[in-house]
Write a protein that binds this ligand. Structure first.
Ligand SMILES: CC(C)(COP(=O)(O)OP(=O)(O)OC[C@H]1O[C@@H](n2cnc3c(N)ncnc32)[C@H](O)[C@@H]1OP(=O)(O)O)[C@@H](O)C(=O)NCCC(=O)NCCS
Length: 234
């Protein structure tokens, strides 16, 4: 077995970003650390709709001091726009390009999702050893990593899926992890919904175990979802 992971240092609450240039409007994405409670609406909407909001958080990892919750936020204005929000909230925004056929998505998004009020994407990073990582892992070679970070509860607001926001968010999370452990060999791993395997592969992630398994939500009573183990050394 690999040694238990030392405490994951959450680091400063940085705000980095991604943009979207469309014929209709410029959009920008930013990422920042959020509180656990800020993840529950999207978790319910996107991941486990049958679980009540009050049970969306899993105390076994969500509330650990070492756990980091990240949010993606949508902005209408650039950091350079003088009429933009405060400097701190507009820092390091990344432009994204909304596909022309989906610009109507802008009109559908509730105001609460614009300019950094509600996250349009969520992700949780926990320290969790990958079971079996002392063995050679298929596709990535040796699993000899001294740091293991598990990615959990990754979701993008449905109306904004397929706009490259998930890819930008995953890249941001990897950079975030690497910046916290610049000198470590880090295994980033996760239980991937089988339906999202191609997404992760397009983002450079590998299947660590082809054997799929089912989960039934934190209650154990929810409609089942099929998963496989994926990840990579980052
Ligand atoms: C999975 C998810 C986070 C991906 O985010 P996204 O913003 O929709 O994905 P992106 O637009 O960045 O996609 C990046 C690439 O993956 C592809 N892709 C995305 N989802 C895919 C899927 N389900 N199957 C095949 N390809 C997919 C995109 O076409 C794009 O391809 P490209 O390289 O040709 O551009 C998002 O769709 C989501 O929240 N899904 C529902 C919740 C979920 O299943 N979360 C993951 C739990 S493990």
């Amino acid at each position: 077995m690999s040694a238990p992971c030392p405490t994951f240092r959450p680091g400063p609450k940085t705000d980095s970003s991604s943009s979207c240039s469309s014929p209709v409007s410029q959009l920008w994405i930013s990422f920042r650390q959020i509180d656990a409670e800020q993840t529950i609406n999207l978790r319910k909407t996107v991941l486990w709709p049958s679980i009540p909001l009050s049970k969306q958080l899993d105390p076994s990892y969500d509330l650990r001091e070492s756990t980091v919750h990240l949010g993606a936020f949508l902005h209408l204005r650039s950091a350079d726009d003088p009429s933009s929000l405060s400097a701190s909230s507009s820092r390091m925004r990344i432009p994204i390009t909304i596909k022309p056929d989906s610009t109507s998505v802008l009109h559908d998004i509730e105001e609460g999702y614009l300019d950094g009020n509600e996250p349009i994407g969520i992700m949780t990073l926990t320290q969790q050893s990958y079971s079996g990582a002392e063995l050679a892992l298929p596709n990535i070679g040796t699993g000899n990593c001294n740091k293991h970070i598990q990615l959990r509860k990754f979701a993008i607001l449905p109306r904004l899926q397929g706009q490259s926001i998930g890819r930008q968010f995953l890249l941001h999370a990897i950079e975030y992890i690497k910046s916290n452990y610049p000198d470590e060999r880090i295994l980033c791993h996760f239980d991937a919904r089988v339906s999202q395997r191609k997404f992760y592969e397009r983002c450079g992630m590998k299947v660590l175990d082809e054997k799929s398994f089912w989960k039934f939500g934190s209650t154990g009573q929810e409609p089942g979802v099929e998963y496989i183990k994926m990840g990579n050394i980052v």
